[in-house]
Write a protein that binds this ligand. Structure first.
Ligand code: GLU
Length: 309
């Protein structure tokens, strides 16, 4: 099965679950868990013991290594970034793969990672309440969020766009969203941006993007708006959908970390810097976001990622 066909099976299985959740009164916010995909070499085992940590005593990194577990909040319904396979219960995508590289940098094995679902509105609370050590969940770095949590350097640059059904002839630009029923997600930059750019929009905000796509498919809304690469993931697995309007914001993605853990933020930035110079970022980009139709080659996409937000 091709990557897209496999993704399509997973996405529609996810949407079916989302629809059932909607019918029964909405999405649950409690974190579900998924295990990491593969086992890392046994050689890394020693790194999980207190004596083996190369990190300063008392640092956030040493604490995680001594605990022997890294909890990472990711999306479960976003193709290419964080998607749960309902059969294997494994999550996969660019954000998930980046999380695995951070774990590797800490000397942890993949089976020492616990992935939990961090929907958009849960990302900052999960960090504040210690429900996750890292949140890697298509999260835009911005001034308001920086007052609440720490961020790594940016690792991806997205921009907000619009998804409509293939036969929609009335929505071509963000201004066309005025007076239209549009879906986005609670707590996202997307819901704020669309109201700024199209003040007469009739906005419905759900908890996940997959429920927005379902709402558009059954005619409750005419468009879905969020980051281009999230929408491209849905359009890639459902050829009846198309992106319109180009991009009308810049959304630099960063890894979220609890406020005050500046050592962990600097560590994550260090891992990302290495990934962006040693070829790992390019390889993962080609494997995930680069799969979407019309995306720039890795080197070009990497050059667009700002070193600081
Ligand atoms: N990147 C935007 C944000 O962080 C939209 C995508 C999302 O909700 O995950 O709010």
């Amino acid at each position: 099965m091709s990557t897209w066909n496999r993704l399509m099976v997973i996405v529609w299985a996810t949407l079916a679950v989302a629809l059932v959740a909607c019918g029964s009164g909405g999405d649950a916010k409690a974190p579900a868990t998924a295990t990491a995909a593969a086992k890392a070499p046994a050689a890394a085992t020693a790194a999980a013991t207190p004596t083996a940590t190369p990190f300063p005593a008392g640092s956030s990194m040493a604490t995680i290594v001594q605990k022997g577990k890294l909890v990472i909040g990711v999306k479960y319904d976003v193709p290419l970034f964080g998607l749960l396979d309902p059969v294997t219960k494994k999550v996969d995508g660019f954000d998930v793969a980046i999380g695995k590289e951070i774990a590797k940098g800490l000397g942890l094995r993949e089976d020492q990672i616990e992935f939990v679902e961090a929907i958009t509105a849960n990302r900052i609370p999960f960090l504040q309440e210690d429900k996750a050590d890292l949140v890697i969940s298509t999260m835009t770095i911005n001034a308001d969020r920086k007052t609440q949590i720490e961020f790594s350097r940016p690792y991806y640059l997205a921009g907000q766009s619009i998804l409509v059904k293939g036969d929609n002839a009335t929505i071509k630009t963000v201004a066309d969203l005025n007076g239209k029923k549009v879906c986005s997600v609670q707590g996202s930059t997307s819901e704020k941006n669309v109201v700024e750019k199209a003040p007469q929009v009739q906005l419905t905000s759900f908890t996940t993007y997959s429920t927005c796509v379902s709402a558009m498919k059954d005619g409750r809304v005419e468009a879905v708006t969020t980051d281009d690469i999230i929408l491209a993931g849905f359009a890639g697995v459902d050829k009846t959908l198309k992106l319109v309007g180009g991009t009308f914001t810049t959304e630099p993605y960063g890894i979220g970390i609890k406020k005050g853990k500046t050592d962990l933020a600097a560590f994550a930035t260090g891992v990302l810097n290495s990934m962006m110079t040693d070829g790992r970022w390019d390889k993962l980009y080609a494997q995930y976001p680069g799969q979407a139709p019309g995306l720039a080659p890795a080197a070009e996409a990497r050059a667009k990622v700002p070193a600081t937000p």
